[in-house]
Design a protein around this ligand. Structure first.
Ligand code: CMP
Length: 139
């Protein structure tokens, strides 16, 4: 079993797609180990996406991620990191496969409804960024 980290982004929460996304994730065999709704502060969003600091879209990404509530989650299943990326679809919804979350719900490459960690090491860092060890081990 592996645990990965995911965010349902402000576009999806605002459009009322959060429940549908959670149902798709559970239907794909993920167990929700921890979940919280919050509004990211500017420094939280900047810190989370620090790896993209030099990209031209960084400012716009931080603005988008702080515009409304998000849902942060710890998701468990076999091969969770890879499987979540499969279920999410490509970053740009124009390139996402049919039936993927981004194909179904994303508006653009930026407003793309969901984030998922890109590797087990990143998942460990991102889980720690939002959850305590106690929260991650309570169920
Ligand atoms: P995510 O998987 O959360 O990782 C970084 C985010 O930056 C990505 O999803 C998109 O929301 C955003 N992003 C990536 N590439 C671009 C781009 N070319 N233009 C705007 N936003 C982008």
């Amino acid at each position: 079993m592996q645990t990965t980290f995911s965010i349902i982004k402000p576009d999806a929460v605002k459009l009322g797609n959060a429940g549908k996304i959670l149902a798709i994730l559970e239907g794909a065999g993920f167990r929700i180990k921890a979940l919280r709704m919050l509004k990211l502060s500017q420094s939280q969003a900047e810190g989370f996406y620090a790896v993209h600091r030099e990209r031209p879209f960084f400012g716009s990404l931080v603005k988008f991620m702080t515009e409304g509530s998000v849902i942060v989650m710890a998701l468990e299943r076999e091969d969770a990191v890879l499987k979540l990326r499969e279920v999410m679809g490509a970053t740009n919804p124009a390139n996402a496969a049919d039936g993927t979350i981004r194909k179904l719900f994303a508006e653009s490459i930026e407003r793309n409804s969901i984030h998922g960690s890109d590797a087990p090491e990143t998942a460990a860092e991102e889980l720690k960024y939002f959850f305590t060890t106690q929260e991650l081990n309570q169920i």
